[in-house]
Design a protein around this ligand. Sequence first.
Ligand code: ZN
Length: 203
Amino acid sequence: SASRTASISLEAPEPPAAEEEEALSGLVVLDPGHGGSANGAAYGGVAEKDLNLAIASQAARLLEEAGLTVVMTRSDDRDVPLYRRSGLANSLGADLFVSVHCNANVERDDVTGIYTCSYSQGTNGWRLAQLLHQTMRGATGAEDFGMEERPNLAVLRTSLMPAALVECGFMSTASELEKLVQPAYQAQLARGIADGVLAYLAQ
Ligand code: ZN
């Protein structure tokens, strides 16, 4: 949070609640894709499930620091059925659901960038995906791989709250995989995800 400018006052102390930051509250479910026996994509000895968990865990910590309540669909390497992921969010009455993945392209080994999707355009989930797209690109400087409607993805179709899925970059492109495995780059991605969630809740 921002440092405050020191001020000298001989009068009553300032009220405890600073007005410089709007207090946000809410319950966010973060969903690190795959896990356990489901590796997701695998390139160069790196399993997507591990990248997803590393990035989502850091995003969760940032959101908790911002005052939100965060529940992860998994916080270690385990199988979680797709419907249990959105089901958890539904049963908790979560405000937002964000699924975190990394991408792969079997036909091209030179594509890079951030991709986000949601159930359909014109929904709050689409707005969430748009904000995540902007903030993740802003935090990383990554290319724009676009946005898409994905009405058939189970976690998006069955979530009752605004839901988006983000693809943090292409494991199938060596230069991007090199970045994705770096903790510093994972931290940038996490910052981007957290900022998108916060931007949505602040609007
Ligand atoms: Zn995935």
